[in-house]
Ligand binder design. Structure first.
Ligand code: OFO
Length: 173
């Protein structure tokens, strides 16, 4: 069974993962508003991943006998100056998520909660990908600078991203 402290920390992270989804939905809206439909697609797929991160963690809290509590979700940022700034902001956010996941692992280790330590490894690995994805796009956007054709090419590439909600058996919860 989860400790009260671990339950509270996981419930807070569930809300933060939903907040991540809110952020990416907001970024998708900004991109679509500027005709960057590929980037908007990328953000929508990312938001889908975030909802899955929240779902997976909430299911774990319930499975371990914790009391799942839905907490308040903040309103995300609405405006950015450029697509580069959007992705820089996304990377900054992902780094804060990584730090929160690391804190959760520290708590699980301190409590000798081996099940949670193992469960959280999935998120540790996922964060490597989350940061790397944003970093790669930032590097490409920096390379093209103010070149409109380059931006269109990147936008086409971002349009190809897909996300499929994992099947329950692959849920690992
Ligand atoms: Fe859930 O990893 Fe991004 O925020």
């Amino acid at each position: 069974m989860l400790s009260e402290k671990m339950t509270k920390a996981l419930n807070e992270q569930v809300a933060f993962e939903l907040y991540s989804g809110y952020i990416y939905w907001s970024m998708a809206g900004w991109c679509a508003d500027r005709g960057l439909n590929g980037a908007a697609n990328w953000m929508m797929m990312q938001a889908g991943e975030e909802l899955f991160h929240a779902h997976k963690m909430n299911a774990y809290v319930i499975e371990r006998g914790g009391r799942a509590k839905m907490l308040k979700i903040d309103e995300p940022r609405f405006e950015w100056g450029s697509l580069l700034e959007v992705f820089q902001n996304a990377l900054e956010h992902e780094r804060s998520v990584t730090s929160r996941i690391n804190n959760l692992v520290d708590l699980a280790v301190a409590e000798r909660d081996h099940a949670s330590t193992t469960f959280l490894q999935w998120y540790v690995t996922e964060q490597v990908e989350e940061e790397s994805n944003a970093e790669n796009i930032i590097n490409q956007l920096k390379l093209i600078g103010n070149d409109g054709r380059g931006l269109l090419m990147i936008d086409r590439e971002l349009a190809t991203r897909t996300f499929t909600w994992p099947a329950p058996a692959a849920d690992a919860t």
